[in-house]
Ligand binder design. Structure first.
Ligand SMILES: [Zn+2]
Length: 133
């Protein structure tokens, strides 16, 4: 999903978690894409292997729990942790609604709109080879 859509969720969460800075809330909503970019550079994810480590449903839940735990420790507040954890997971939910997107294949040459040629699902449930949605 576009950055703006994810950021809107972060903005909406600000009144619920007033202690947490807007930058941290934005980062939480964008965390899965940050991981996707890092994993792509590291060669862990890509055109062939897909995006199971950053955008798989299973790993998204793991990243959410890790982010919630770290945030709760840093801010010494369970609410801050819960909000950040839910924001990380909201990324997957919004991607589920809006994917597949052309650039999820990491190749500008394969840019295409799905006129009569639907793009295949790109969000794995578990890891490589698991069903995608
Ligand atoms: Zn994403």
């Amino acid at each position: 999903m576009g950055r703006i859509g994810h950021f809107a969720v972060g903005l909406a969460a600000k009144p619920v978690a007033p202690k947490v800075s807007l930058g941290v809330l934005f980062l939480a909503t964008w965390l899965l894409d940050v991981l996707a970019i890092a994993f792509a550079f590291a060669g862990i994810e890509g055109v062939k292997s897909g995006i199971p480590w950053s955008h798989g449903l299973f790993m998204s839940v793991i990243w959410s729990v890790v982010a919630a735990f770290l945030t709760a420790r840093i801010y010494r507040e369970y609410r801050a942790g819960a909000v950040v954890g839910l924001l990380v997971l909201s990324h997957w939910v919004l991607d589920f609604i809006s994917h597949p997107i052309p650039f999820s294949s990491y190749s500008w040459r394969s840019w295409q709109w799905s006129f009569g040629n639907p793009l295949p699902p790109d969000l794995p449930l578990l890891f490589g080879g698991s069903p995608k949605v």
